[in-house]
Ligand binder design. Structure first.
Ligand SMILES: *[C@@H]1O[C@H](CO)[C@@H](O)[C@H](O)[C@H]1NC(C)=O
Ligand SMILES: *[C@@H]1O[C@H](CO)[C@@H](O)[C@H](O)[C@H]1NC(C)=O
Ligand SMILES: *[C@@H]1O[C@H](CO)[C@@H](O)[C@H](O)[C@H]1NC(C)=O
Ligand SMILES: *[C@@H]1O[C@H](CO)[C@@H](O)[C@H](O)[C@H]1NC(C)=O
Length: 376
């Protein structure tokens, strides 16, 4: 609407008409000019840049899962600091879930304090699983607050995903880690592979910690492993629930196993997950050695030292992560291009993480005709 006093009213009526015609003409001209151009953009076939690598989501803020939950006591702010700092330095985001604490009095008759801690830890993990179901998350990675990981985690996960996809014989149409997995046991202290299923072998992975430098594992190393060899496999059992990813339907199964059953359940949550992998309720995959390691917080609590201290590799507080994020975080923040290995027998004691790529890998399997191997 033209209000009184509008500048348009100052133009004589006839000239106004004329200027309207010119404006309309220009608009039509512009539309005609851009129309074929737009059409040609729309009808162009997708270029290389448009086609997404299905592994790309692994580089995103939640490592290709929908969420990452860290179970942690609200009182352990030092551990939360470490997780927040480390994850920001290596490019992912974590949401905290408060650890359940049971007071001695509230669970009377439940035995000694160690059992109480187990019960509380069990419930804490279950709360994380419940969250996946309640929030309808396609998948989530659940971590404990004492973990440590390699600065090359995203590249390591990419290699793991390639292997997991090949073993599942599936495309990454649903998840970058393949379409049929239920559980990915990424942080463990021992794993038992399914020997009748194909395995992915990386014969020269410089981030694979040798067995003598690993923290104690509950299972023997899988066949075919050795120094700097990494194996990705379909798994039957594992120990320690340091880090694992669950899909939505798997989380439902875990809840159903507990909520709707009167059968005796394992004391530890890792025992429950292990049982569900072993009996085939869940399709589980893992990597040997463990992809995520742990940080020795006990050492700090024993002495009057700083939290993330700069120690030499001989007194490393990191266990099971070759180029430990927490051990190297100060160097990373200082802009150093090299990170240091935390184990003495490292093949490459100093590494520029920008140069680390997914290592060469083969898929190995056996059928009625014998053993086979091919590059993947
Ligand atoms: C990361 O990728 C996964 C899988 O595609 C997706 O579910 C998730 O929402 C993504 N996260 C972010 C922060 O974009
Ligand atoms: C993977 O995707 C390709 C192309 O989209 C298709 O031809 C093939 O059948 C798929 N394989 C599986 C196992 O889904
Ligand atoms: C091992 O994997 C094979 C093939 O994927 C499966 O048929 C078998 O049930 C699995 N064995 C165990 C003990 O999980
Ligand atoms: C953690 O460090 C302390 C002291 O430095 C050591 O006694 C303990 O064995 C370490 N824990 C593990 C699991 O290595």
């Amino acid at each position: 609407m033209i209000s009184p006093g509008s500048p348009v009213r100052l133009i004589p009526r006839s000239r106004r008409k004329f200027s309207n015609v010119i404006v309309s003409f220009l608009v039509i001209l512009a539309v005609l000019w851009f129309l074929p151009f737009q059409q040609s953009i729309a009808s162009q076939p997708a270029t290389c840049e448009d086609i997404q690598d299905p592994l790309d989501p692994i580089k995103n803020d939640t490592l290709g899962f929908e969420k990452i939950f860290a179970i942690s006591s609200p009182k352990r702010l030092d551990r939360r600091d470490a997780i927040v700092l480390g994850s920001s330095a290596t490019g992912f985001h974590v949401d905290f879930i408060d650890e359940v604490v049971y007071e001695e009095e509230s669970v009377k008759g439940n035995g000694p304090a160690k059992d109480l801690a187990d019960i509380a830890a069990f419930r804490s993990h279950l709360n994380a699983v419940q969250r996946i179901v309640a929030d309808r998350l396609a998948s989530a990675l659940i971590i404990e607050d004492h973990i440590d990981w390699d600065v090359n985690l995203k590249t390591q996960l990419k290699g793991f995903a390639l292997g997991a996809q090949k073993i599942q014989k599936s495309n990454a149409s649903y998840s970058p880690y393949g379409d049929s997995w239920d559980l990915l046991w990424l942080g463990h202290c021992g794993v038992k592979c399914n020997t009748s299923s194909p395995v992915q072998i990386m014969p020269h992975d410089i981030t694979a910690v040798s067995s003598q430098s690993l923290p104690p594992y509950s299972y023997d190393a899988p066949a075919g492993t050795g120094n700097n060899v990494r194996v990705t496999c379909k798994m039957e059992e594992a120990a320690c629930s340091g880090a694992y990813a669950l899909r939505y339907r798997a989380s439902q199964k875990v809840l159903a196993t507990l909520a709707l059953s009167t059968a005796p359940r394992p004391v530890k949550f890792e025992g429950l997950l292990s049982q569900l992998c072993r009996d085939g309720s869940l399709e589980c995959y893992s990597s040997y050695p463990s992809l995520l390691g742990r940080w020795n917080w006990t050492s700090r609590e024993a002495g009057p030292s700083d939290s993330i201290q700069e120690t030499d590799s001989h007194a490393s507080l990191s266990m099971g992560a070759m180029y430990s994020t927490l051990q190297n975080v100060r160097r990373l923040l200082a802009g150093a291009s090299q990170v240091q290995a935390t184990v003495e027998d490292a093949l490459v004691p100093e590494l520029n993480p920008d140069l680390f790529e997914v290592p060469y890998a083969v898929l190995r399997w056996t059928d009625e005709k014998g053993g086979h191997e091919r590059h993947v």
